[in-house]
Design a protein around this ligand. Structure first.
Ligand SMILES: [Mg+2]
Length: 160
C-alpha cells in the first residue's frame, strides 16, 4: 500500500509551527530545486529566512543531496549547515546515517525534496515522513518529470 504523499509549493511553507504540530523536530532536505534554485550557491531571501526560523525554533536541518561534495559544500558551508553529499537516494542508508549524526529518530524527522523517485522514496525507505515540493527552477525538463511522477503521487496527495 503506497503512502499518501504530502505536497507543497515551497519548502518555506514547512514552518516551525507546522512541523511541531506534526511532532517533527528534524528536517532532512534535498538541495537542488528544493532549498536552492538549480545550481545556485546561495539561498534566496525566503529560503534564508526559513533556515533562520528553523534554527530559532530549535528544529534541526541537514541537507541530503546526491550531488557531488563540492557543490553541496559551496551552499552549506557559508550557512554552517550540516550536509551529506553523494547520499545515494533513494536508498535509506544516507538518511539513517544523517539521523544518527543528528541524534534524531525516523519518527520525528521528515524528508523534503522535489523528486518522487529519489527524495520521497528515500524518506519512506528510511521510515520517515516525506514532503514533495514544486521544483524551484521551472522548465520543460522539470515539468515533464513531474508529469511522469503524478501517477505515483496519486490522488490521495495531501496539499499544504
Ligand atoms: Mg532535487
Amino acid at each position: 500500500m503506497r503512502k499518501p504523499v504530502i505536497v507543497t509549493e515551497d519548502i518555506c511553507q514547512l514552518t516551525p509551527e507546522w512541523l511541531y504540530s506534526k511532532n517533527l523536530t528534524t528536517v532532512l532536505s534535498d538541495l537542488d530545486n528544493t532549498l536552492a534554485g538549480y545550481g545556485a550557491n546561495v539561498p534566496d531571501e525566503a529560503a534564508a529566512a526559513w533556515i533562520g526560523s528553523l534554527k530559532s525554533a530549535g528544529i534541526r536541518l541537514m541537507i541530503i543531496s546526491n550531488a557531488r561534495r563540492e557543490r553541496v559544500a559551496a551552499f552549506c558551508g557559508p550557512l554552517g549547515l550540516p550536509f551529506l553529499a553523494r547520499a545515494g537516494k533513494p536508498r535509506a542508508r544516507g538518511l539513517l546515517e544523517a539521523l544518527e549524526t543528528l541524534g534524531a529518530s525516523a519518527a520525528e524527522a521528515v524528508m523534503v525534496g522535489d523528486q518522487y523517485f529519489t527524495d520521497i522514496k528515500a524518506g519512506y525507505n528510511a521510515g520517515m515522513r516525506a514532503v514533495l515540493v514544486e521544483p524551484r527552477t521551472q522548465g520543460f525538463f522539470f515539468t515533464v518529470r513531474r508529469w511522469l511522477e503524478i501517477p505515483f503521487i496519486g490522488r490521495k496527495a495531501e496539499r499544504l
